[in-house]
Design a protein around this ligand. Structure first.
Ligand code: FEO
Length: 395
């Protein structure tokens, strides 16, 4: 790719992964980018690299600006392989003795990933590195979303290099928020839901800390997707909103079905909720990807889950989603379960047990229907919808 000057002497050098559709289990329908940045000051610093298979493309981009051997420092904000897989080739090209600035955990992870005796320069939170006219400040952001994560802030340009934070899996010819507009927000929300939701309380603390510090931010450069330059505050405020998980009058009805009985129950519950002005949406696990469903979970007030009973247990897609959702620890949900069964009928009880572990507020023991729902069964689903609607906040 041709480097893009994002501020005077600061370049985006990322690569565009147009074809990736599965990012460790997260559906990336619109591809992704791996963003790397070069700051050309009296000293030259490279911030983050790219996935292994794109390393040569990154080196070619650097070469359009400067001989790679002239890079003085490498900054590694995050050690996950989508940002460091290309590091061995880059180090080989720029010089194996070049210092790598990273957090202490970053050093530990890089050593274990690559088993190289590189010239690590672990930094503390608040540590600084002068490039000449500019100074970089390092901010540890542990567990956002790995123990090694840190941000790098360029004091003079007021640019924050935020590794995964504020990123989006979005491949496009656009480089900046103002070039995409509102259409970028669903991608940013999906990224938050799947990568950062678990750490929502830490995000709120971090935002408070940044506000206390009075850090001026003119531009946020994440390692995926577009750069926030028009309105960086917008994505920060969205992160606060998503992290707070204030329940909306919204219900996500998540289910799978074998012979359409549980599906019929789901559709009745959705229709009943809709009558009460609830933003209700059925999400059939066979057709909706877990990473899209969890995106809807973030601001939903109610989680309603349906499963047929199979082999005395949950339908496998339902177990899969419950495992995924439990790991991401969504907060502030009311919940209810439903499902059709033939002879043993454990599914509703098993879903409720998972809800309890997630500390959801279970507002009903759940609706179980033997085989195909009759009128009485349909009425029970309809009433469940009304009960859920009552438990949700008014608009
Ligand atoms: Fe984009 Fe945590 O890696």
């Amino acid at each position: 790719m041709k480097p893009v000057e994002i501020s005077k002497d600061i370049y985006w050098l990322g690569v565009i992964d147009w074809n990736i559709r599965d990012f460790h289990g997260y559906s990336t329908y619109q591809g992704s980018t791996y963003n790397s940045f070069l700051i050309m000051d009296e000293k030259i610093a490279l911030i983050d690299t790219v996935k292994k298979e794109f390393a040569d493309e990154l080196i070619a981009s650097i070469s359009q600006l400067v001989d790679p051997k002239k890079i003085d420092y490498v900054i590694s904000n995050h050690t996950e392989m989508d940002h460091t897989g290309g590091l061995p080739r880059v180090m080989h090209r720029i010089g194996e003795d070049k210092p790598i600035y990273c957090s202490k955990m970053g050093q530990k992870n890089l050593s274990k990933h690559f088993r190289q005796k590189w010239n690590y320069q672990p930094v503390e939170n608040g540590g600084e590195l002068s490039l000449g006219k500019r100074t970089l400040t390092f901010m540890e952001t542990r567990m956002l979303h790995w123990p090694d994560n840190m941000f790098t802030y360029v004091n003079e340009d007021k640019i924050l290099f935020s590794s995964d934070g504020f990123g989006q899996h979005y491949a496009g010819v656009e480089r900046f928020d103002d070039e995409v507009g509102e259409a970028i927000m669903p991608h940013a929300k999906k990224y938050f839901a799947n990568i950062l939701l678990l750490y929502a309380p830490l995000i709120l603390k971090l935002v408070d800390k940044v506000k206390e510090m009075g850090l001026a931010i003119d531009m946020i450069c994440p390692d995926h997707g577009i750069i926030w330059r028009k309105d960086p505050e917008k994505i920060i405020n969205s992160y606060v909103e998503w992290s707070l998980q204030k329940p909306r009058r919204k219900a996500v009805v998540i289910f799978d079905t074998m012979w359409h009985s549980t599906e019929k129950m789901a559709e009745t519950i959705v229709a009943s909720l809709a009558e009460e002005g609830v933003d209700a949406r059925p999400m059939n696990l066979r057709n909706c990807h877990r990473s899209d469903i969890i995106t809807e979970v973030v601001d939903a007030g109610a989680i309603v889950m349906g499963s047929p009973t199979i082999n005395n247990g949950l339908f496998p897609t339902v177990s899969d989603f419950l495992t995924y959702m439990k790991g991401l620890k969504p907060l502030n949900k009311v919940a209810a379960a439903f499902g059709s069964y033939g002879w043993s009928g454990e599914a509703v009880k098993l879903i409720n047990s998972e809800f309890e572990q997630m500390k959801f507020d279970i507002i009903d023991p759940g609706v179980r229907i033997n085989y195909v729902p009759d009128d009485k069964g349909i009425d029970a689903c309809y009433e469940l919808g009304k009960k859920i609607a009552k438990a949700l906040p008014e608009k």
